[in-house]
Ligand binder design. Structure first.
Ligand SMILES: [Zn+2]
Ligand SMILES: [Zn+2]
Length: 154
């Protein structure tokens, strides 16, 4: 089994993924810009059952989400770094902050989303599909990814 390790900047929080993520995308929405204090966030969807906290304790903050559903951000208790998000009604899916992985380059994104609010100096080459808002999952997910997602629906 391949294991992918990640954690926060202070080192208190460590986790591992026991499987590769279902999908990875870059979000340029204004909320992600605020949450990250940066130009965009890289997010990977993965089953909660495939994420194991191996060291440290998570705390959580609650914030708004683009679709108006409740959005909980799990953070390192000590440094406050965001580790993953969870959305109301999707308890079995984790939205991991991909760049908290030790080797985030292993999971390049399949899409850029909310590019309508992308900062103008962020240049996208067009190799990866871009969407003004969100994509249709069938257009981006692999066949296996869709099956994994469907098996998590309540
Ligand atoms: Zn920390
Ligand atoms: Zn976003």
């Amino acid at each position: 089994m391949t294991i992918f390790v990640g954690g926060c900047s202070c080192g208190q929080l460590e986790y591992k993924l026991t499987r590769e993520p279902i999908v990875t995308h870059v979000c340029h929405c204004t909320l992600c810009q605020r949450y990250s204090g940066s130009a965009f966030i890289v997010h990977s969807m993965i089953e909660k059952s495939n994420v194991v906290i191996t060291h440290g304790i998570l705390s959580e903050t609650v914030g708004p989400s683009k679709r108006g559903k409740g959005h909980t951000i799990k953070r390192c208790t000590t440094c406050g770094d965001q580790i993953y998000s969870q959305f109301e009604g999707l308890n079995r899916i984790i939205v991991l902050k991909t760049t908290t992985l030790n080797e985030p380059s292993r999971f390049p994104p399949q899409a850029h989303i909310y590019v309508r609010s992308k900062l103008p100096w962020v240049e996208l080459s067009g190799v990866i599909p871009v969407f003004e808002e969100f994509y249709r999952r069938e257009d981006i997910y692999t066949h296996e990814g869709l099956k994994r997602l469907d098996s998590l629906k309540p």
